[in-house]
Write a new protein. Structure first.
Length: 179
């Protein structure tokens, strides 16, 4: 597998939307019910075009096919695609606030091959280069193992309303980037 990492661009949006849906439907079934996954795909999971505009969202390709995506942000929004209400695009202060690790998804056919770790290491390096000493994220239940293995510490599980009477559970996690 020859993996290539690059910045995501707006032309990638259709492929990213398809990847996010495949990833959520293929890798979340042990932790979430189908109704939760479908609800999350309407807002909690999805492309955040602010990340593309900020050039802080990345894709991993294998043979030209996008097989993973993820990013980081210097803005306040912690999770969710463009369809999610309550987004906050205010800029974070690296001296006092944590950068956000955002929207990691891997194609189910390419899972557990290091793609998430590759993206995570890249995003952490980028956040550190921009002066951030801490990162935080909102982990899906299937993602907790990856983040915990990479040094993230979780806090109390939270619930997010995905509509139609459904909620989805997440685990807020954080990590120091200090050497």
């Amino acid at each position: 597998m020859a993996l290539a990492l690059r910045k995501a661009v707006s032309a990638d949006i259709p492929a990213l939307n398809a990847l996010i849906a495949r990833s959520a439907r293929g890798l979340s079934t042990e932790d979430y019910r189908a109704a939760q996954i479908e609800g999350a795909l309407r807002g909690a999971f999805g492309v955040d075009t602010q990340l593309l505009a900020d050039e802080t969202y990345f894709v991993v390709q294998d043979g030209g096919q996008i097989v993973g995506c993820g990013g980081w942000s210097f803005r306040s929004t912690l999770f969710g695609g463009d369809a999610r209400d309550g987004r906050d695009s205010s800029t974070l202060d690296p001296a006092t606030q944590a950068a956000k690790i955002r929207a990691f998804f891997v194609d189910p056919d390419h899972a557990r091959r290091g793609i998430g770790s590759l993206l995570l290491e890249h995003c952490e390096r980028q956040a550190r280069m921009h002066g951030f000493a801490r990162v935080e994220l909102m982990a899906t239940l299937p993602g907790v193992k990856l983040y915990a293995a990479r040094g993230y510490v979780g806090s109390t599980q939270v619930e997010f309303d995905v509509g139609a009477g459904e909620i989805i559970e997440f685990i807020p996690m954080s990590k120091s980037l200090e050497p």
